[in-house]
Design a protein around this ligand. Structure first.
Ligand SMILES: [Zn+2]
Length: 385
């Protein structure tokens, strides 16, 4: 088969597009790595099929990366927030993925993009965190930023999964063993049904590689709660207000909102924030009323296993404690309150997110808006590439 060489138009165009990215400092490293691979294959003995696959893959990656903007202040603001988390972890010798980049999307999310590599090199990984909103500084809503720590929680749980998985898996296995033993005396039909339910339960909660794990989502919620305390409880409640979800909807990617709310209420109490779990508790109560209940099927109840849920929470709390991640406790909130009273500008990081929550909580929405505007303006003066 004739080899595809760089003289081919599509390859050339792609190489030019990638090269153009080098002009943007935040994409320079990615561009360098991509060009390295493209140049390597253009002179190597790589099959036509592989080159075509590579072209297709790089073409898929490019639009996902943070797009170059004329006004990159939002990108920088969000990158500084990520950097503050990394610096905090560096201070306690907890390493984090080397390349975490912010993008702006409709929803908060995290995804991993693997850059292609040839010749057996370690596949370079890029973590992309989508911040909610438009890529403009005025679209920053600090009250939503506790969600950043949920997304960073995903990265932490990925990198330190061995601090989480064994403890959680022990709980899951114990429940599964008990359920299996219980179905032993059932009729063949009922036994098959029970087995199918247990299989699904393991698929939803288990941490095998796949589309998602409810345990990881619960773990990411716990990391956000650990880091931002009541600010995450409020942000989560606000999200429910906006989304008005079916609390019993089952999906592979995310645990149903009822379970997440019960989980946060439980974890919130364990961290001393019971007072701020009331809105979530009230929602769970409301969801038990007839107008919501229709989707609360027996199947749902089997998956919404509290023992497994609490096991995920304990494992995540243990991971945060073992890694010595600074916890947001009453003292921390008090200290931030004092800084606000002294009219100090709070720096990037979880403190900023907690301060925003505190201002909104204590002084009301109007005061909050002017504080947020002034704070972002003061911080934006620090933004440099
Ligand atoms: Zn998540």
């Amino acid at each position: 088969m004739e080899k595809l060489r760089p003289e081919y138009k599509r390859f050339d165009e792609l190489r030019t597009n990638v090269k153009d990215l080098s002009e943007y400092s935040h994409l320079k490293e990615i561009a360098r790595r991509l060009l390295g691979v493209l140049d390597f294959v253009s002179v190597s003995n790589v099959s036509n099929e592989d080159i075509n696959r590579l072209i297709k893959y790089v073409e898929t990656i490019l639009p996902i990366l943070p797009q170059p903007q004329c006004d990159n202040s939002r990108f920088l603001f969000d990158a500084y927030m990520i950097a503050a988390f990394r610096e905090m972890l560096d201070g306690i010798s907890v390493g984090l993925s080397q390349m975490i980049l912010p993008t702006c999307e409709e929803e908060w999310s995290h995804r991993i993009v693997y850059l292609p590599s040839f010749g057996g090199a370690k596949i370079p990984r890029v973590d992309l965190i989508s911040f909610k909103g438009e890529p403009q500084l005025f679209d920053v809503v600090l009250l939503d930023y506790p969600w950043l720590y949920h997304e960073l929680g995903h990265i932490l749980l990925y990198e330190y999964r061995e601090s989480f998985r064994p403890t959680f898996t022990r709980v899951l296995d114990k429940v599964v063993r008990r359920l299996k033993a219980r179905s032993l005396g059932d009729s063949p039909v009922n036994k098959r049904r029970a087995e199918a339910t247990i299989d699904k339960l393991e698929r939803f909660w288990g941490m095998e590689d796949g589309p998602g794990s409810w345990a990881i989502e619960i773990g990411a919620d716990v990391v956000a709660l650990w880091t931002c305390g009541p600010a995450f409880l409020t942000a989560f409640d606000k999200e429910l207000d906006n989304r008005k979800p079916d609390p019993y909807m089952i999906s592979v990617q995310h645990p149903p909102y009822e379970i997440r709310s019960i989980g946060l209420t439980h974890a919130g109490s364990r961290l001393g924030w019971s007072k701020y779990t009331t809105p979530l508790k009230d929602r769970v109560k409301l969801w038990k009323t007839p107008s919501f209940r229709k989707n609360r099927t027996n199947e749902y109840v089997s998956y919404a296993n509290k023992e497994i849920l609490y096991g995920a929470i304990s494992s995540a709390l243990e991971m945060c404690a073992n890694l010595k991640i600074p916890v947001c406790d009453q003292n921390k909130v008090k200290a931030i309150g004092n800084l606000l009273q002294d009219k100090a500008t709070i720096d990037f990081g979880a403190e900023l997110v907690i301060a925003a929550w505190l201002v909104n909580q204590e002084l009301g929405r109007n005061e909050y808006y002017s504080w947020e505007r002034e704070t972002i303006e003061a911080l934006s003066k620090k933004l440099r590439l």
